[in-house]
Design a protein around this ligand. Structure first.
Ligand code: EPZ
Length: 422
C-alpha cells in the first residue's frame, strides 16, 4: 500500500485545474446502460472509483475504453446481464446507480447490497422505495437486491429521507422513470448540481426531464433513449480541497474550473474565517493568512454546506484562533479524521453529530492513517501545514477521488512524495 510523505510548513502558491466531477460522472456511466450503443463521456477524471464503475459495466457485458486522457467510451450494445456482483459492488457503494438503468432497460436487476462505509451506515432504502413506487417487485436475497418490473409506471414520488433528499436515490429514480410509461414527479429531489448535470445528460439521450437542480424533477417516460456524447462538470469538492490547501498554508492558490455558484457558501465561510477569496470567470483564488478565525459550520444537502468538505474544513479550523463548532447534518459519524488530526496536535472533540475544534498555534508532523476519501484529504491538508514530516498511510482512499493529488500539490510548491508503506 502507498503512503504520502509530506514535508510541511511551505506556503503553497500557483494555479491548478479542477478535474472532472467524480460524483457527477459515476451515475452518468450507469445512465449509459439506458441506451444501446456507444456513449462517450468527456472530462472524466482518472480515479479508482471511475475504474470500479467501469468494471461494474464490464461485468454486465458492456465495454468501457479510454479514447483519450479524460475521454471514456462506453459501448452497451452487448449488455445482456443484469447482475451487478458483490465482489465489484462492495468496492464502491455508488455501484448501486445501475439499479434504475438495468430495471428500465431489462425490467430486471440484481444488485449486491453495498457494504458498510467508514463513516457509519449508508442505507439504500430510498433506492428500493424509488423503484418499488414505479411498480418494481423487490426482494433482498443472499445479500442482493433482486428487482423485477413487468412494467414501470410513472407517478408522483416523495424522496424525503431522514437527512433530507438522497442524491443517489434521486438519480436511480430519474433513470428508471426515463423509460417508464407516463410521467414521474420526484418531490424533494436532491438539488446538487451533480444531479442537474445528470439531468442534462439524460436530456442529451432524448429523455424528457425537467427541473434539474430544483427540488421537483419531472420525467415523462419515452419508448427508448439514444447514446450520447457528454462533457462532465468539474469536481467542485476537489477544487475546494485545493483552495483549502492554499488557505491552510497561508499561501496564494487559484483553481481553474472552480465554480463560485456551486461554492458560494463555501467561499462565504472561508471569507468569514479571514481568508481572501476572489471568484473570477474561470475559477476561484484564495490567499490565506493564519490563524484563521473560528467558524460555526453545519453540513446540509445542497445548497447547504457540503458534507464532503467537512473533514477538510475541520483540518483548516484546527489552526483557528478560537473555538469552532461543526455539526454534521448528513452523516453524524463522519469524524474518523478527528483522532488522526489529534495525532498532528489538533484539538477536536467529537460528540456525534458535533465536533468542537479548539484551534492551536501549530501542528506537528506525525504518522497518520486515511480511513476514507475526504478524511484522507483532510490529513494531507493538515500535513501541509504541520511542522516537520507527516506520513499519511492508506492513500488508496485518496486515489478513489483525487486525480494525481501529489502532482497537483507539488505544482503548487508542496513537498509530497508517494512511497511504499513499510
Ligand atoms: C453522495 O452519496 C456522494 N457520493 C457522497 O460523496 C456524499 O457524501 C453524499 O452524496 C452526501 O452528499 C456520490 O455522489 C457517488 P445520499 P449518496 O443518498 O448518493 C441517507 C464522496 O466523498 N440515505 O444523498 O450515497 C444517507 O444515509 C462521497 O465523494 C438514506 O437514508 O448520498 C445520508 O444520510 C462520500 N437512505 C443522506 O441520505 C437511502 O436509501 C444523503 O445520502 C439513501 C441515502
Amino acid at each position: 500500500m502507498d503512503k504520502f510523505v509530506i514535508r510541511g510548513g511551505r506556503r503553497l502558491s500557483g494555479v491548478v485545474a479542477a478535474q472532472g466531477s467524480k460524483n457527477a460522472c459515476l451515475p452518468m456511466m450507469a445512465a449509459a446502460l439506458l441506451a444501446e450503443g456507444v456513449t462517450t463521456l468527456r472530462n472524466v477524471p482518472r480515479l479508482a472509483d471511475i475504474e470500479t464503475m467501469a468494471d461494474v459495466l464490464r461485468s454486465l457485458g458492456a465495454t468501457a475504453e479510454w479514447e483519450g486522457p479524460h475521454e471514456l467510451a462506453i459501448d452497451t450494445t452487448s449488455v445482456e446481464r443484469y447482475v451487478a456482483p458483490y465482489d465489484v459492488v462492495r468496492r464502491m457503494r455508488a455501484s448501486i446507480a445501475v439499479l434504475g438503468p438495468l430495471l428500465a432497460r431489462f425490467r430486471r436487476a440484481e444488485v449486491s447490497l453495498p457494504g458498510g462505509c467508514a463513516f457509519g451506515p449508508r442505507p439504500v432504502d430510498l433506492h428500493i422505495k424509488a423503484v418499488k413506487e414505479l411498480g418494481a417487485k423487490v426482494d433482498l436475497r443472499g445479500g442482493y437486491i433482486v428487482a423485477q418490473a413487468p412494467a414501470l409506471k410513472g407517478k408522483r414520488v416523495n424522496m424525503t429521507g431522514p437527512a433530507g433528499p438522497s442524491r443517489g436515490a434521486t438519480a436511480n429514480l430519474m433513470m428508471a422513470a426515463a423509460l417508464a410509461e407516463g410521467v414521474t414527479v420526484i418531490e424533494n429531489a436532491a438539488r446538487e448540481p451533480e444531479v442537474a448535470d445528470l439531468v442534462n445528460m439524460l436530456r442529451a439521450m432524448g429523455a424528457q426531464v425537467d427541473g434539474g437542480g430544483s427540488s421537483e424533477i419531472t420525467v415523462a417516460g419515452v419508448e427508448h433513449l439514444k447514446p450520447c456524447e457528454y462533457e462532465v462538470m468539474n469536481d467542485q469538492i476537489e477544487a475546494a480541497t485545493y483552495l483549502i490547501a492554499g488557505a491552510i498554508t497561508g499561501g496564494d492558490v487559484a483553481v481553474e474550473g472552480a465554480d463560485a455558484g456551486y461554492l458560494s457558501l463555501f467561499d462565504e465561510r472561508l471569507a468569514a474565517a479571514g481568508v481572501t477569496v476572489e471568484a473570477g470567470g474561470d475559477g476561484i483564488r484564495v490567499r490565506g493568512s493564519l490563524p484563521v478565525a473560528p467558524l460555526e459550520i453545519r453540513t446540509a444537502p445542497f445548497p447547504g454546506f457540503p458534507t464532503d468538505l467537512q473533514p477538510q474544513m475541520t483540518a483548516l479550523l484546527s489552526l483557528a484562533s478560537g473555538r469552532s463548532v461543526i455539526v454534521e447534518g448528513i452523516y453524524p459519524d463522519r469524524f474518523n479524521h478527528a483522532p488522526e488530526l489529534g495525532r498532528l496536535g489538533a484539538h477536536v472533540e467529537v460528540t456525534p453529530p458535533t465536533a468542537v475544534v479548539n484551534g492551536v498555534h501549530r501542528l506537528y508532523g506525525a504518522y497518520v492513517m486515511a480511513s476514507d476519501l475526504r478524511a484522507g484529504a483532510a490529513l494531507v491538508l493538515a500535513g501541509l501545514a504541520a511542522e516537520g514530516e507527516t506520513n499519511v498511510r492508506r492513500i488508496y482512499h485518496i486515489d478513489r477521488g483525487y486525480e494525481r493529488m501529489e502532482d497537483k500539490l507539488m505544482s503548487l510548491g508542496a513537498s509530497v512524495e508517494r512511497a511504499q508503506e513499510e
